[in-house]
Design a protein around this ligand. Structure first.
Ligand code: BG6
Length: 470
Protein backbone atom coordinates (compact mmCIF):
# COMPACT_ATOMS: atom_id res chain seq x y z
CA UNK A 1 0.00 0.00 0.00
CA UNK A 2 1.20 3.47 -0.82
CA UNK A 3 2.13 5.42 2.28
CA UNK A 4 2.69 9.09 2.57
CA UNK A 5 5.22 10.71 4.86
CA UNK A 6 3.36 13.56 6.51
CA UNK A 7 5.45 16.71 6.37
CA UNK A 8 4.17 20.06 7.49
CA UNK A 9 3.51 22.36 10.38
CA UNK A 10 1.69 22.55 13.67
CA UNK A 11 -0.32 25.22 15.44
CA UNK A 12 -2.69 25.33 18.40
CA UNK A 13 -5.95 27.22 18.73
CA UNK A 14 -5.20 28.98 22.01
CA UNK A 15 -1.84 30.29 20.81
CA UNK A 16 -2.99 31.27 17.34
CA UNK A 17 -6.67 32.13 16.98
CA UNK A 18 -7.31 35.07 19.28
CA UNK A 19 -10.97 36.17 19.15
CA UNK A 20 -11.15 34.82 22.67
CA UNK A 21 -14.67 36.11 23.30
CA UNK A 22 -16.05 36.26 19.77
CA UNK A 23 -18.07 33.84 17.68
CA UNK A 24 -19.77 32.43 20.76
CA UNK A 25 -16.55 31.15 22.32
CA UNK A 26 -16.38 30.62 26.08
CA UNK A 27 -13.30 31.30 28.17
CA UNK A 28 -10.50 28.80 28.11
CA UNK A 29 -8.10 28.19 30.98
CA UNK A 30 -5.37 30.12 29.13
CA UNK A 31 -7.52 33.23 28.66
CA UNK A 32 -6.82 34.42 32.21
CA UNK A 33 -3.04 34.07 31.91
CA UNK A 34 -0.59 36.95 31.54
CA UNK A 35 2.70 36.90 29.67
CA UNK A 36 6.32 37.25 30.75
CA UNK A 37 7.58 36.99 34.32
CA UNK A 38 4.09 36.77 35.89
CA UNK A 39 2.98 33.81 33.82
CA UNK A 40 4.66 31.01 35.74
CA UNK A 41 3.22 32.16 39.07
CA UNK A 42 -0.21 32.41 37.46
CA UNK A 43 0.10 28.90 36.03
CA UNK A 44 0.83 27.54 39.48
CA UNK A 45 -1.89 29.64 41.17
CA UNK A 46 -4.80 29.77 38.72
CA UNK A 47 -7.52 30.85 41.14
CA UNK A 48 -5.39 33.79 42.25
CA UNK A 49 -4.68 34.59 38.58
CA UNK A 50 -8.41 34.61 37.90
CA UNK A 51 -8.84 37.35 40.52
CA UNK A 52 -5.93 39.41 39.21
CA UNK A 53 -6.26 42.03 36.51
CA UNK A 54 -3.26 41.93 34.19
CA UNK A 55 -2.41 44.60 31.65
CA UNK A 56 -2.10 42.11 28.80
CA UNK A 57 -3.51 38.68 27.97
CA UNK A 58 -1.64 37.13 25.05
CA UNK A 59 -4.30 34.58 24.09
CA UNK A 60 -6.99 37.23 23.62
CA UNK A 61 -5.74 38.25 20.21
CA UNK A 62 -2.82 35.83 19.77
CA UNK A 63 -1.77 35.80 16.09
CA UNK A 64 -5.20 36.82 14.87
CA UNK A 65 -5.71 33.54 13.00
CA UNK A 66 -9.47 33.70 13.53
CA UNK A 67 -9.55 36.71 11.20
CA UNK A 68 -6.64 35.63 8.96
CA UNK A 69 -7.56 31.97 8.54
CA UNK A 70 -8.10 32.05 4.76
CA UNK A 71 -4.89 33.89 3.91
CA UNK A 72 -2.83 31.97 6.47
CA UNK A 73 -3.96 28.72 4.90
CA UNK A 74 -3.00 30.11 1.47
CA UNK A 75 0.52 30.69 2.79
CA UNK A 76 0.66 27.13 4.11
CA UNK A 77 -0.75 25.62 0.94
CA UNK A 78 1.92 27.47 -1.07
CA UNK A 79 4.50 25.95 1.26
CA UNK A 80 3.82 22.57 -0.41
CA UNK A 81 3.21 20.81 2.88
CA UNK A 82 0.93 17.78 2.95
CA UNK A 83 -0.07 17.87 6.64
CA UNK A 84 -1.06 20.43 9.22
CA UNK A 85 -1.55 19.83 12.90
CA UNK A 86 -4.24 22.07 14.36
CA UNK A 87 -6.23 22.00 17.53
CA UNK A 88 -9.88 22.72 18.13
CA UNK A 89 -10.66 25.12 20.91
CA UNK A 90 -12.97 23.10 23.16
CA UNK A 91 -14.67 26.23 24.58
CA UNK A 92 -15.23 27.56 21.05
CA UNK A 93 -17.53 24.57 20.54
CA UNK A 94 -18.79 24.17 24.12
CA UNK A 95 -18.38 27.51 25.95
CA UNK A 96 -18.65 26.07 29.46
CA UNK A 97 -18.06 22.47 28.48
CA UNK A 98 -21.51 21.45 29.73
CA UNK A 99 -23.78 22.48 26.85
CA UNK A 100 -25.56 19.64 25.10
CA UNK A 101 -25.35 21.23 21.64
CA UNK A 102 -22.22 22.79 20.11
CA UNK A 103 -21.87 26.46 19.24
CA UNK A 104 -22.86 26.69 15.57
CA UNK A 105 -20.44 29.54 14.83
CA UNK A 106 -17.56 27.48 16.14
CA UNK A 107 -18.56 24.51 14.01
CA UNK A 108 -18.79 26.78 10.96
CA UNK A 109 -15.34 28.26 11.58
CA UNK A 110 -13.64 24.85 11.76
CA UNK A 111 -15.71 23.48 8.89
CA UNK A 112 -14.45 26.25 6.62
CA UNK A 113 -10.87 25.70 7.77
CA UNK A 114 -10.87 21.92 7.45
CA UNK A 115 -12.70 21.94 4.11
CA UNK A 116 -10.08 24.23 2.63
CA UNK A 117 -7.24 22.04 3.88
CA UNK A 118 -8.91 18.90 2.58
CA UNK A 119 -9.59 20.49 -0.80
CA UNK A 120 -5.85 21.16 -1.02
CA UNK A 121 -4.87 17.62 -0.05
CA UNK A 122 -3.44 18.64 3.29
CA UNK A 123 -3.94 15.93 5.90
CA UNK A 124 -5.29 17.27 9.18
CA UNK A 125 -3.81 16.09 12.43
CA UNK A 126 -6.18 17.38 15.07
CA UNK A 127 -5.44 17.80 18.76
CA UNK A 128 -8.67 17.62 20.70
CA UNK A 129 -7.35 19.34 23.80
CA UNK A 130 -4.26 21.51 23.56
CA UNK A 131 -4.13 23.17 26.98
CA UNK A 132 -7.54 24.76 26.63
CA UNK A 133 -10.05 23.08 28.85
CA UNK A 134 -13.08 25.38 29.31
CA UNK A 135 -12.38 27.66 32.27
CA UNK A 136 -15.79 26.83 33.71
CA UNK A 137 -14.84 23.18 34.16
CA UNK A 138 -11.55 24.14 35.73
CA UNK A 139 -13.05 26.58 38.21
CA UNK A 140 -16.10 24.56 39.15
CA UNK A 141 -14.89 20.98 38.95
CA UNK A 142 -11.10 21.25 39.23
CA UNK A 143 -10.78 20.12 35.64
CA UNK A 144 -9.99 16.47 35.06
CA UNK A 145 -9.87 15.77 38.78
CA UNK A 146 -13.62 15.31 38.31
CA UNK A 147 -15.54 12.83 36.19
CA UNK A 148 -17.78 15.71 35.14
CA UNK A 149 -14.90 16.96 33.00
CA UNK A 150 -14.22 13.44 31.73
CA UNK A 151 -17.83 13.11 30.55
CA UNK A 152 -17.86 16.64 29.09
CA UNK A 153 -14.67 15.89 27.15
CA UNK A 154 -16.10 12.68 25.67
CA UNK A 155 -19.27 14.52 24.69
CA UNK A 156 -17.16 17.21 22.97
CA UNK A 157 -15.04 14.60 21.16
CA UNK A 158 -18.10 12.76 19.87
CA UNK A 159 -19.37 16.02 18.45
CA UNK A 160 -16.02 16.66 16.73
CA UNK A 161 -15.98 13.17 15.21
CA UNK A 162 -19.55 13.47 14.00
CA UNK A 163 -18.92 16.83 12.34
CA UNK A 164 -15.38 16.42 11.01
CA UNK A 165 -14.72 12.71 10.44
CA UNK A 166 -14.58 13.25 6.69
CA UNK A 167 -11.95 15.98 6.81
CA UNK A 168 -9.66 14.80 9.61
CA UNK A 169 -7.50 11.68 9.38
CA UNK A 170 -5.45 11.73 12.61
CA UNK A 171 -6.50 12.70 16.12
CA UNK A 172 -4.39 13.37 19.19
CA UNK A 173 -6.56 13.16 22.27
CA UNK A 174 -4.44 15.34 24.61
CA UNK A 175 -1.46 17.51 23.87
CA UNK A 176 1.60 16.50 25.91
CA UNK A 177 -0.38 14.48 28.41
CA UNK A 178 2.65 14.26 30.75
CA UNK A 179 2.46 18.06 31.12
CA UNK A 180 -0.06 17.27 33.86
CA UNK A 181 2.90 16.53 36.15
CA UNK A 182 4.65 19.85 35.53
CA UNK A 183 1.83 22.31 34.85
CA UNK A 184 -1.35 20.63 36.14
CA UNK A 185 -3.45 23.65 35.20
CA UNK A 186 -2.43 23.49 31.54
CA UNK A 187 -2.31 19.72 31.34
CA UNK A 188 -5.50 18.80 33.17
CA UNK A 189 -7.26 22.07 33.95
CA UNK A 190 -6.58 21.59 37.68
CA UNK A 191 -7.31 24.90 39.38
CA UNK A 192 -5.86 23.99 42.78
CA UNK A 193 -2.65 25.90 43.52
CA UNK A 194 0.35 23.64 42.92
CA UNK A 195 1.55 24.13 46.50
CA UNK A 196 -1.73 22.59 47.74
CA UNK A 197 -2.04 19.86 45.16
CA UNK A 198 -1.55 16.27 46.29
CA UNK A 199 -0.47 13.34 44.16
CA UNK A 200 -3.80 11.57 44.61
CA UNK A 201 -5.53 14.42 42.80
CA UNK A 202 -2.92 14.54 40.05
CA UNK A 203 -3.06 10.82 39.37
CA UNK A 204 -6.83 10.73 39.64
CA UNK A 205 -6.87 13.41 36.92
CA UNK A 206 -4.35 11.37 34.92
CA UNK A 207 -6.63 8.35 35.17
CA UNK A 208 -9.64 10.38 34.09
CA UNK A 209 -7.74 11.77 31.11
CA UNK A 210 -6.64 8.34 29.97
CA UNK A 211 -10.16 6.94 30.43
CA UNK A 212 -11.60 9.95 28.59
CA UNK A 213 -9.18 9.37 25.73
CA UNK A 214 -10.11 5.68 25.58
CA UNK A 215 -13.86 6.40 25.59
CA UNK A 216 -13.45 8.94 22.78
CA UNK A 217 -11.45 6.39 20.76
CA UNK A 218 -14.08 3.70 21.43
CA UNK A 219 -16.84 5.88 20.01
CA UNK A 220 -14.80 6.92 16.97
CA UNK A 221 -13.75 3.37 16.15
CA UNK A 222 -17.32 2.12 16.35
CA UNK A 223 -18.53 4.76 13.88
CA UNK A 224 -15.52 5.93 11.86
CA UNK A 225 -12.97 3.13 11.72
CA UNK A 226 -10.77 5.05 9.24
CA UNK A 227 -9.66 7.51 11.93
CA UNK A 228 -6.21 7.12 13.49
CA UNK A 229 -5.48 8.00 17.10
CA UNK A 230 -2.32 8.95 18.91
CA UNK A 231 -1.17 9.68 22.40
CA UNK A 232 1.13 12.67 22.65
CA UNK A 233 3.94 13.41 25.06
CA UNK A 234 6.53 16.06 25.71
CA UNK A 235 9.51 13.88 24.90
CA UNK A 236 13.27 14.21 25.14
CA UNK A 237 15.25 11.50 26.88
CA UNK A 238 16.87 11.88 30.26
CA UNK A 239 20.61 11.45 30.01
CA UNK A 240 22.50 10.53 33.16
CA UNK A 241 25.23 12.89 34.21
CA UNK A 242 27.93 10.26 34.62
CA UNK A 243 28.43 6.52 34.85
CA UNK A 244 27.60 6.37 38.56
CA UNK A 245 24.93 3.63 38.61
CA UNK A 246 22.87 5.82 40.95
CA UNK A 247 22.61 8.38 38.17
CA UNK A 248 21.71 5.71 35.63
CA UNK A 249 18.92 4.40 37.82
CA UNK A 250 17.72 7.91 38.55
CA UNK A 251 17.51 8.71 34.82
CA UNK A 252 15.51 5.52 34.28
CA UNK A 253 13.10 6.53 37.00
CA UNK A 254 12.62 9.98 35.51
CA UNK A 255 11.83 8.33 32.17
CA UNK A 256 9.28 6.04 33.80
CA UNK A 257 7.45 9.03 35.30
CA UNK A 258 7.08 10.61 31.86
CA UNK A 259 6.33 7.44 29.93
CA UNK A 260 3.72 6.28 32.44
CA UNK A 261 1.02 7.96 30.33
CA UNK A 262 2.09 6.57 26.97
CA UNK A 263 2.52 3.12 28.55
CA UNK A 264 -1.12 3.26 29.58
CA UNK A 265 -2.33 4.47 26.21
CA UNK A 266 -0.21 2.11 24.11
CA UNK A 267 -0.23 -1.06 26.21
CA UNK A 268 -3.71 -0.53 27.63
CA UNK A 269 -2.78 -1.21 31.22
CA UNK A 270 -1.04 0.41 34.15
CA UNK A 271 2.70 -0.13 33.74
CA UNK A 272 4.57 -2.68 35.82
CA UNK A 273 6.27 0.03 37.90
CA UNK A 274 3.00 1.70 38.96
CA UNK A 275 2.70 -0.02 42.32
CA UNK A 276 6.08 1.17 43.55
CA UNK A 277 5.71 4.60 41.96
CA UNK A 278 2.31 5.14 43.61
CA UNK A 279 3.69 3.98 46.94
CA UNK A 280 6.60 6.40 46.75
CA UNK A 281 4.30 9.24 45.74
CA UNK A 282 1.71 8.28 48.37
CA UNK A 283 -0.96 7.73 45.78
CA UNK A 284 -3.80 5.55 46.94
CA UNK A 285 -6.41 5.09 44.23
CA UNK A 286 -8.79 2.32 43.20
CA UNK A 287 -9.98 2.07 39.61
CA UNK A 288 -13.16 0.43 38.42
CA UNK A 289 -12.97 -2.62 36.16
CA UNK A 290 -15.07 -0.72 33.63
CA UNK A 291 -12.42 2.02 33.39
CA UNK A 292 -9.61 -0.51 33.15
CA UNK A 293 -11.44 -2.39 30.39
CA UNK A 294 -11.97 0.81 28.45
CA UNK A 295 -8.25 1.63 28.66
CA UNK A 296 -7.35 -1.90 27.63
CA UNK A 297 -9.74 -2.08 24.69
CA UNK A 298 -8.99 1.29 23.13
CA UNK A 299 -5.27 1.72 22.75
CA UNK A 300 -3.69 4.21 20.35
CA UNK A 301 -2.42 3.67 16.81
CA UNK A 302 0.66 5.87 17.04
CA UNK A 303 2.87 7.65 19.56
CA UNK A 304 3.19 11.32 18.77
CA UNK A 305 5.51 13.63 20.60
CA UNK A 306 7.11 17.04 20.78
CA UNK A 307 10.86 17.21 20.81
CA UNK A 308 12.78 20.35 21.69
CA UNK A 309 15.58 19.13 23.92
CA UNK A 310 17.04 16.26 25.87
CA UNK A 311 17.38 16.42 29.69
CA UNK A 312 20.29 15.70 31.94
CA UNK A 313 20.02 14.50 35.52
CA UNK A 314 22.19 13.59 38.44
CA UNK A 315 21.79 12.47 42.04
CA UNK A 316 24.59 14.80 43.19
CA UNK A 317 23.17 17.92 44.90
CA UNK A 318 26.25 19.97 43.97
CA UNK A 319 25.94 19.14 40.28
CA UNK A 320 22.22 19.84 40.46
CA UNK A 321 22.90 23.51 41.12
CA UNK A 322 23.76 24.13 37.43
CA UNK A 323 20.35 24.10 35.77
CA UNK A 324 18.77 25.59 32.69
CA UNK A 325 15.25 25.73 31.23
CA UNK A 326 13.70 23.23 28.87
CA UNK A 327 10.22 22.44 27.64
CA UNK A 328 8.23 22.28 30.91
CA UNK A 329 11.12 20.76 32.84
CA UNK A 330 14.38 22.27 34.00
CA UNK A 331 17.50 20.25 33.34
CA UNK A 332 21.18 20.19 34.19
CA UNK A 333 23.44 22.01 31.76
CA UNK A 334 24.94 19.65 29.21
CA UNK A 335 28.41 20.98 28.32
CA UNK A 336 28.22 19.42 24.86
CA UNK A 337 25.19 21.45 23.80
CA UNK A 338 24.40 25.02 22.77
CA UNK A 339 21.33 26.75 24.19
CA UNK A 340 18.70 29.00 22.67
CA UNK A 341 18.07 32.50 24.05
CA UNK A 342 15.46 30.92 26.31
CA UNK A 343 17.98 28.44 27.74
CA UNK A 344 16.62 25.42 25.87
CA UNK A 345 19.48 23.11 24.92
CA UNK A 346 19.74 22.25 21.25
CA UNK A 347 20.40 18.57 20.75
CA UNK A 348 19.60 17.19 17.28
CA UNK A 349 21.18 13.82 18.04
CA UNK A 350 18.91 13.66 21.06
CA UNK A 351 16.03 13.34 18.60
CA UNK A 352 17.58 10.15 17.22
CA UNK A 353 18.10 8.91 20.78
CA UNK A 354 14.50 9.72 21.69
CA UNK A 355 13.06 8.06 18.59
CA UNK A 356 15.18 4.96 19.07
CA UNK A 357 14.14 4.53 22.65
CA UNK A 358 10.44 5.31 22.10
CA UNK A 359 10.28 2.86 19.23
CA UNK A 360 12.17 0.18 21.13
CA UNK A 361 9.58 0.48 23.89
CA UNK A 362 6.35 0.83 21.93
CA UNK A 363 6.90 -0.77 18.48
CA UNK A 364 4.10 1.23 16.91
CA UNK A 365 4.65 4.17 14.54
CA UNK A 366 6.00 7.39 15.98
CA UNK A 367 4.97 10.85 14.82
CA UNK A 368 6.99 14.02 15.44
CA UNK A 369 4.21 16.54 15.82
CA UNK A 370 6.28 19.41 17.28
CA UNK A 371 9.85 20.47 16.77
CA UNK A 372 11.29 23.90 16.16
CA UNK A 373 13.47 26.75 17.24
CA UNK A 374 12.09 29.63 19.30
CA UNK A 375 14.04 32.82 18.54
CA UNK A 376 13.67 36.57 18.61
CA UNK A 377 13.64 37.18 14.85
CA UNK A 378 14.41 40.67 13.63
CA UNK A 379 13.50 42.44 10.43
CA UNK A 380 16.40 44.16 8.68
CA UNK A 381 15.55 46.14 5.55
CA UNK A 382 12.30 44.22 5.24
CA UNK A 383 14.07 40.83 5.38
CA UNK A 384 14.06 38.23 8.15
CA UNK A 385 17.20 36.17 7.88
CA UNK A 386 16.56 33.24 10.22
CA UNK A 387 19.42 31.07 8.98
CA UNK A 388 19.74 29.68 12.53
CA UNK A 389 16.27 28.17 12.13
CA UNK A 390 17.23 26.61 8.79
CA UNK A 391 20.29 25.06 10.50
CA UNK A 392 18.05 23.78 13.28
CA UNK A 393 15.61 22.18 10.84
CA UNK A 394 18.41 20.65 8.77
CA UNK A 395 20.06 19.09 11.79
CA UNK A 396 16.85 17.76 13.30
CA UNK A 397 15.58 16.37 10.01
CA UNK A 398 18.92 14.61 9.53
CA UNK A 399 18.59 13.19 13.04
CA UNK A 400 15.08 11.97 12.23
CA UNK A 401 16.32 10.43 8.98
CA UNK A 402 19.02 8.64 10.94
CA UNK A 403 16.43 7.02 13.23
CA UNK A 404 14.28 6.05 10.26
CA UNK A 405 17.31 4.57 8.49
CA UNK A 406 17.82 2.49 11.61
CA UNK A 407 14.36 0.98 11.21
CA UNK A 408 12.16 3.29 13.30
CA UNK A 409 8.68 3.76 11.82
CA UNK A 410 7.75 7.43 11.67
CA UNK A 411 4.54 8.80 10.21
CA UNK A 412 5.78 12.32 9.76
CA UNK A 413 7.40 15.53 10.89
CA UNK A 414 5.46 18.68 11.78
CA UNK A 415 7.30 21.91 12.56
CA UNK A 416 5.95 23.72 15.58
CA UNK A 417 4.43 27.19 15.23
CA UNK A 418 4.90 27.21 11.47
CA UNK A 419 3.31 30.66 11.53
CA UNK A 420 4.45 32.75 14.52
CA UNK A 421 2.23 32.27 17.53
CA UNK A 422 2.20 33.09 21.22
CA UNK A 423 4.62 31.07 23.34
CA UNK A 424 2.90 28.66 25.67
CA UNK A 425 5.54 28.79 28.39
CA UNK A 426 6.14 32.53 28.55
CA UNK A 427 3.15 34.00 26.70
CA UNK A 428 5.61 36.03 24.67
CA UNK A 429 5.21 36.79 20.99
CA UNK A 430 8.89 37.45 20.58
CA UNK A 431 9.70 33.78 21.09
CA UNK A 432 8.97 32.99 17.46
CA UNK A 433 9.01 29.58 15.77
CA UNK A 434 7.47 30.28 12.38
CA UNK A 435 8.69 30.34 8.83
CA UNK A 436 6.08 33.09 8.52
CA UNK A 437 6.46 36.19 10.69
CA UNK A 438 3.44 37.83 12.32
CA UNK A 439 3.69 41.53 13.07
CA UNK A 440 2.49 41.37 16.63
CA UNK A 441 4.45 42.32 19.74
CA UNK A 442 4.51 41.81 23.47
CA UNK A 443 3.19 45.29 24.22
CA UNK A 444 0.07 44.48 22.20
CA UNK A 445 1.16 46.55 19.20
CA UNK A 446 1.42 45.33 15.60
CA UNK A 447 -0.64 45.08 12.45
CA UNK A 448 -0.84 41.25 12.23
CA UNK A 449 0.78 41.51 8.77
CA UNK A 450 2.41 38.26 7.67
CA UNK A 451 5.97 38.23 6.22
CA UNK A 452 7.78 35.18 4.83
CA UNK A 453 11.11 34.55 6.56
CA UNK A 454 14.18 33.13 4.83
CA UNK A 455 13.25 29.74 6.30
CA UNK A 456 10.00 29.79 4.31
CA UNK A 457 11.85 29.08 1.06
CA UNK A 458 13.99 26.43 2.72
CA UNK A 459 10.95 24.68 4.20
CA UNK A 460 9.10 24.87 0.90
CA UNK A 461 11.94 23.09 -0.93
CA UNK A 462 12.18 20.51 1.85
CA UNK A 463 8.43 19.92 1.69
CA UNK A 464 8.58 19.55 -2.06
CA UNK A 465 11.02 16.67 -1.81
CA UNK A 466 9.68 15.05 1.37
CA UNK A 467 5.99 15.11 0.49
CA UNK A 468 6.47 12.83 -2.48
CA UNK A 469 4.75 9.52 -2.07
CA UNK A 470 7.13 6.75 -1.12
C1 BG6 B 1 4.95 22.46 23.73
C2 BG6 B 1 3.51 22.84 23.53
O1 BG6 B 1 5.10 22.33 25.09
O2 BG6 B 1 5.97 23.33 23.39
C3 BG6 B 1 3.30 24.08 22.68
O3 BG6 B 1 2.75 21.77 23.05
C4 BG6 B 1 4.40 25.07 22.96
O4 BG6 B 1 2.02 24.56 22.97
C5 BG6 B 1 5.73 24.46 22.57
O5 BG6 B 1 4.20 26.31 22.34
C6 BG6 B 1 6.92 25.38 22.69
O6 BG6 B 1 6.95 25.93 23.97
P1 BG6 B 1 7.02 27.50 24.21
O7 BG6 B 1 6.96 27.66 25.68
O8 BG6 B 1 8.31 27.94 23.62
O9 BG6 B 1 5.86 28.05 23.49
Amino acid sequence: METKFLFGGAIAANQMEGAYNRGGKGLSIVDILPSGAKRKHALHNPLEAKQTVYDYYPSHEASGFYDHMETDLDLLIALNINALRVSISWPRLFPTGLESMPNAEGIAFYKAMFSKLKANNIAIVCTLCHFDTPLYLSENYNGFASRVTLDAYVHYCKCVFDHFHEEISHFITFNEINMLLHFPYLGGGLSTAVSELDNNTIYRAAHHMVVASSQAIAYARSKYPRLQFGCMLAAGNYYYYNCNPDDVLYAQKKEEEQLFFADLQVFGKYPYFTKRMFKEKQVDLRFSQEDLDSIQNNTVDFVSFSYYCSRLCSTDPEINKQQTDGNARRTLINPYLQTSDWGWQIDPKGLTVTMNSLYARYRIPLFIVENGYGANDVIVDGVIDDSYRIDYFQQHLAAMDEAIAGGVECLGYLAWGIIDLVSNGTGEMKKRYGVVYVDRHDDGSGTFTRIKKKSYDYFQAEAESRCKHV
